[in-house]
Design a binder for this molecule. Structure first.
Ligand SMILES: *Cc1c(COP(=O)(O)O)cnc(C)c1O
Length: 379
């Protein structure tokens, strides 16, 4: 077991497992030469609609475009405020800023890492128009509260579901709905390492609202109603046919990929919960967790020593996210922080995500666990 080199994700073993089907799907597109808007794009969108149980899925170029298109389709105007979590990937705050909207940064919950729903209300002003609920690391936000607040204040809810495709949100009556289908519009990314990843860039939007779906489709295609008839200012954001063909193969395995990670997470939970310096990820009562990331909170300022120890033993680990958005230079003049943000900064100093991927073997996981247990004694 020495001389290890364990990555965060192992896309190669997954490809090798599905190689026959995937290669065939790619070759079919090559032969057809329908590289843009080939029939596979529509087929994949239909299959994703069925999987998510939502009427409209509109593919686009990537997950960041999806957020931008969602904001454009909702008709937000410059100066309108949009609530976004401070502990997050850059895409939401970036697209909001790019459109001349004002990102209002809100702190997150220390256990789930998702936006703290109780702080949202304090951050609402007369200009607030939307909330972006980001379902981080595989777990859905507290949509019950968020949708309730949105209803009272007449706000739109955009769900950024790039990291949690397939996760179920558990409604109050016990029914389970797929994350990304609860708000006005959901977005996702098919970046290779995401729960459903293609072999390049890709993304999609999802909604139950036909009019919104039409606007989204139009905006993603230069605001066209028909070729050379531009009704809205749009952009050019498409999912390549080859990527759609690959995704259509992989969608059949999405639940299996997610279940495999859930099983690994159960083992991590069991084996690591006795550590002195480490807290295993917490699960909320209102969401499933597909563990896009398995993220530890390392106490007592020991995060960097743990990461260093793992590195020496050949185990990758990553800090998602090392700098909270309120401290990012790009947004210092534009982001608005109405209420004190503390948790996001604390998490940036204490979180550490460790390898978890559907093809991980028990032996590999045992080595990671053994190394972490050792580290916990030594750091
Ligand atoms: C990856 C990611 C995005 C952006 O997706 P791209 O396809 O890389 O543009 C947006 N939001 C979140 C939360 C992400 O993790």
């Amino acid at each position: 077991m020495e001389g290890k080199n364990i990555p965060m994700v192992d896309l190669r073993s997954q490809y090798h497992r599905l190689k026959g089907e995937i290669d065939e799907a790619i070759l079919t597109v090559n032969e057809s030469t329908a590289f843009i808007n080939g029939p596979q794009v529509k087929e994949f969108a239909t299959h994703l609609e069925e999987y998510l149980e939502i009427p409209f899925v509109i593919p686009c170029g990537n997950g960041t475009d999806a957020l931008q298109i969602a904001l454009m389709a909702l008709g937000l105007r410059p100066g309108d405020e949009v609530i976004v979590p401070a502990f997050n990937y850059v895409a939401a705050v970036e697209t909001v800023t790019l459109l001349g909207l004002v990102p209002v940064l809100v702190d997150v919950d220390p256990w789930t890492f998702n936006i703290n729903p109780w702080q949202i209300e304090q951050c609402i002003s007369r200009r607030t128009r939307a909330i972006i609920a980001v379902h981080l690391f595989g777990q859905a936000c507290d949509m019950g509260i968020i949708l309730g607040i949105a209803k009272s204040y007449h706000l739109y809810v955009i769900e950024d579901n790039a990291q949690s495709l397939g996760t179920g949100y558990i409604c109050e009556d016990g029914t389970v709905k797929k994350a990304g289908t609860l708000g006005h519009v959901g977005t996702t990314s098919f970046f290779p390492s995401k729960p459903l990843g293609c072999y390049g860039d890709g993304g999609a939007l999802m909604t139950s609202d036909r009019r919104l779906a039409d606007r989204i489709r139009m905006i993603a295609s230069h605001g066209q109603t028909e070729k050379y008839h531009h009704k809205l200012v749009g952009c050019n954001s498409r999912l390549d046919t080859i990527q759609a063909a690959i995704l259509d193969v992989k969608l059949k395995y999405l639940d299996e990929f997610n279940d495999n990670r859930i099983k690994l997470a159960v083992r991590y939970d069991e084996m690591l919960s006795s550590c002195k310096h480490i807290e295993v990820p917490q699960k909320s009562t209102f969401s499933q967790h597909i563990f896009h990331q398995y993220t530890l909170v390392v106490k007592d300022g020991k995060r960097d020593s743990l990461q260093q120890y793992l590195k020496e033993k050949g185990v990758a680990s990553t800090v998602y996210y090392p700098i909270p958005l309120q401290d990012q230079e790009a947004f210092k003049d534009t982001a608005f922080i109405p209420y004190k943000i503390k948790v996001a900064g604390d998490l940036s100093k204490s979180v550490l995500s460790i390898p978890i991927y559907s093809e991980m073997t028990v032996e590999t996981q045992d080595y990671i666990i053994k190394t972490i247990l050792e580290a916990d004694q030594k750091i």
